[in-house]
Design a protein around this ligand. Structure first.
Ligand SMILES: C[S@@+](CC[C@H](N)C(=O)[O-])C[C@H]1O[C@@H](n2cnc3c(N)ncnc32)[C@H](O)[C@@H]1O
Length: 222
């Protein structure tokens, strides 16, 4: 029997309906990943709102570059913009995700890092991105620069998200932003628990909001 499927707008159409301002985000639509159109727009707007000179965003968990393209697009056009992308690029992660990552990575001729770099290059944004291969924890101890925007989307287990927040959130400058993905998600409750326990109870994080499954807050000025 033929069953009529509900009619749905594709990602490109949804973006185009949001206006010409979001045309630079079109490459995000063809990259594999888990970001909604509203989350993509929120990341773009956050990085556009960063200082016009030497803005620094850090992304933990880049996969094939879907969210990286959104962050880098918002930074593009500023003076010496930098998006630092930290990922082992080996399809490892929490128990609930590793099988999916592994299955999807098997189909990539150029591997995860090669695909990530090609996606950023095809979007004309490779020059904005500083790739740091490895885990967030490996890179945290040597990190000294104040961060304007921190996006956490790496290992989603409770312990790992907690460690990411403890390692990295203190490095966000006053007035800077923290965003976490998958805080409203059936499969992962790590990000939600960490946001509730460590971020929402900490008065230094203000203007908290949710965009689909993403949490965003700003570090208060002292
Ligand atoms: C959910 S995916 C990221 C999706 C990406 N932000 C996007 O929008 O397409 C999670 C990524 O984090 C990586 N990862 C896992 N553990 C990590 C860790 N400890 N540090 C950094 N990245 C990690 C995974 O291998 C995977 O590439």
């Amino acid at each position: 029997m033929w069953i009529k499927k509900p009619w749905r707008l594709g990602t490109r159409a949804k973006l185009l309906l949001r206006g010409l301002r979001y045309m630079p985000l079109l490459p995000f639509a063809s990259i594999d990943g888990w970001l909604t159109v509203d989350e993509a727009i929120a990341l773009f707007e956050l990085s556009r709102a960063l200082p016009n000179e030497n803005p620094l965003a850090v992304e933990i968990g880049s996969w094939q570059g879907k969210s990286s393209v959104c962050l880098a697009s918002g930074l593009s056009g500023k003076f010496r913009p930098r998006l630092c992308c930290i990922d082992p690029f080996d399809a490892t992660g929490d128990d609930a995700s590793a099988g999916t990552y592994d299955a999807r990575a098997q189909n990539l001729d150029t591997g995860l890092r090669g695909t990530f770099e090609a996606n950023l290059r095809d979007a004309g944004l490779r020059h904005v991105v500083d790739v740091r291969q490895g885990t967030s924890h490996q890179h945290a101890s040597g990190w000294r620069e104040p961060i304007d925007l921190l996006f956490l989307d790496g290992d989603h287990s409770y312990e790992a998200v907690k460690q990411d927040v403890l390692d990295w959130a203190p490095k966000v400058r006053q007035g800077g932003y923290l965003a976490l993905h998958d805080v409203v998600h059936a499969k992962h409750d790590g990000p939600r628990r960490v946001v509730e326990e460590l971020v929402r109870t900490d008065a230094s994080w203000v203007d908290a909001r949710y965009v689909d499954s993403m949490f965003v807050a700003r570090k208060a000025m002292a």
